[in-house]
Write a protein that binds this ligand. Structure first.
Ligand SMILES: [Cu+2]
Length: 266
């Protein structure tokens, strides 16, 4: 059978087009690593978010080596937590839900894009290669201040990222003869132990303590100074660990003043 030259050309052209379509569609669905959000995240009753294990405290936590989870709650008209701090070059799985109405969760310039639906949890895993600040916007109309609803994702260089928290308890006033007790708690949210040094200063007296905080736990430490050594008046204190610092002041007041103040309070 003889096929006309033009017909051959059209057959070949049509074949090339068909193969081209298949390659394009396959590459777009597999090659780019873009995935659709399914219902794997499950459900959560929106009126019970405060008691929920995942969303009661919106946060970022480490779930494995180079793997983190970010639990995000959208509500009129903000995102929690804000900012969302994550390390670069790690797998971050965002779990996003809404407390009230439908919101959007979109990081412009990326394919991080989901709807935050009350009752539903959207799950998506991404990796940020470039440290920096990324804006987060709501792109589903959610009410009169929808246009103001935004958040921030801070991607820190991997080696600078930590999940350390410092909290300090100190008295506002002490009477002469009493001890000034400053309690500090260092929390390590990461899985690896944290070896660091806690520096404290109370009214010019300095303390330095090396601590090792196990993964996902915390260490308490106490710093004390006799108020007689400080003398009457106001004295500054500070406690610091790595880049975190808490400061305040304690006043040593004579007994009469302390009693009067106590009386006013009760
Ligand atoms: Cu909105």
């Amino acid at each position: 059978m003889r096929i006309h030259t033009y017909e051959k050309l059209w057959i070949v052209g049509a074949m090339v087009l068909i193969v081209g379509f298949i390659v394009t569609i396959t590459f777009g669905s597999v090659g780019l690593g873009i995935s659709m959000i399914d219902d794997e995240g499950g459900t959560v009753p929106p009126d019970e978010l405060n008691d929920d294990e995942r969303f009661g405290e919106p946060r970022v936590e480490q779930v494995g080596e180079n793997e983190y989870a970010a639990y995000v709650v959208a509500q009129t008209f903000s995102f929690q937590p804000d900012p969302i701090e994550i390390p670069a070059n790690n797998d971050i799985t965002f779990h996003v839900t809404s407390r009230d109405v439908i919101h959007g969760f979109y990081v412009p310039g990326t394919n991080l894009n989901a709807m935050a639906i009350p009752g539903q949890v959207a799950e998506m895993t991404v990796e940020f290669d470039e440290p920096g600040e990324y804006g987060l916007i709501c792109h589903e109309y959610c009410g009169s201040f929808h246009h103001t609803m935004e958040g921030l994702i801070i991607v820190q260089p991997e080696e600078e990222f930590d999940l350390t928290e410092l909290s300090v308890e100190a008295p506002d006033t002490v009477a002469p003869g009493e001890t000034v007790t400053v309690n500090a708690t260092v929390e390590n949210g990461q899985l690896e132990p944290l070896e660091t040094t806690v520096n404290a200063e109370i009214g010019g007296q300095t303390f330095q303590r090396d601590v090792t905080v196990d993964g996902e736990s915390s260490e308490n430490m106490t710093f004390t100074v006799e108020s007689d050594q400080l003398g009457e008046g106001e004295h500054d204190w500070s406690v610091s660990v790595d880049d975190y610092e808490e400061t305040g002041s304690v006043e040593v007041v004579s007994n009469e003043t302390a009693e009067t103040e106590g009386g006013e309070e009760s």
